[in-house]
Design a protein around this ligand. Structure first.
Ligand code: MN
Length: 197
């Protein structure tokens, strides 16, 4: 994964290549989720950076070192940047290389997707479900609460679904599992694979 550096001491919003994602994530949801929720996390992080001792570090390093409110905002900037950047209206298919890795570690791509959706659907409260690569290059699925990111556990994060209600409630109301199942339609696997070490 390419780490994100601050420019003039400030982190920027990710640039999106879309303004809606069809029936899966509406323009209205993006307006709130990207335009308001993520914007607030970015602004809060940038306000907290001066004098924190973490100035000039990459976003991943800030997430690894920060605590309290600083960690919450930095974690949510990293989480949402990875989340929004992995989607596309013309997503690239999964390569034979990533397919083989998922088959090796989960039995099949379908079995991986089923476990990923199940772990997202059963995460109680707010958080994220992640696919990561561990230090032995094995693929693992983790449930992370609130602003947590797998980098704090020494994992290399590859793919994430946001299960905070703000990610899906306008479009899907309480149907979190249906929303998670629909997200596969817009995952750009070339972006995901680009995060492999
Ligand atoms: Mn979110």
């Amino acid at each position: 994964m390419k780490d994100i550096m601050p420019v003039n001491g400030q982190f920027a919003m990710p640039t999106l290549g879309y303004d809606n994602l069809g029936d899966v994530i509406s323009k209205e949801t993006l307006g709130f989720h990207y335009g308001k929720h993520l914007k607030a996390y970015v602004d809060n992080l940038n306000k907290a950076l001066p004098g924190s001792g973490l100035e000039g570090l990459s976003l991943t390093e800030v997430v690894k070192k920060a605590e309290g409110g600083m960690f919450n905002n930095a974690g949510q900037v990293l989480n949402h940047t990875m989340y929004f950047e992995q989607f596309s209206n013309s997503p690239k298919a999964m390569s034979p290389k990533l397919t083989a890795l998922l088959e090796r570690d989960f039995g099949s791509v379908e079995a991986f997707k089923k476990e990923f959706e199940q772990k997202g659907a059963t995460l109680f409260g707010s958080g994220w479900v992640w696919l990561s690569m561990d230090k032995e290059c094995k693929l693992v699925i983790t449930q992370q609460r609130n602003a947590e990111n797998p980098v704090t556990m020494g994992l290399q994060p590859l793919l994430t679904f946001d299960v905070w209600e703000h990610a899906y409630y306008l479009d899907w109301q309480n149907r979190r599992a249906d929303h998670l199942a629909a997200l596969w339609q817009i995952v750009d696997w070339a972006i995901v694979e680009g995060r492999l070490c």
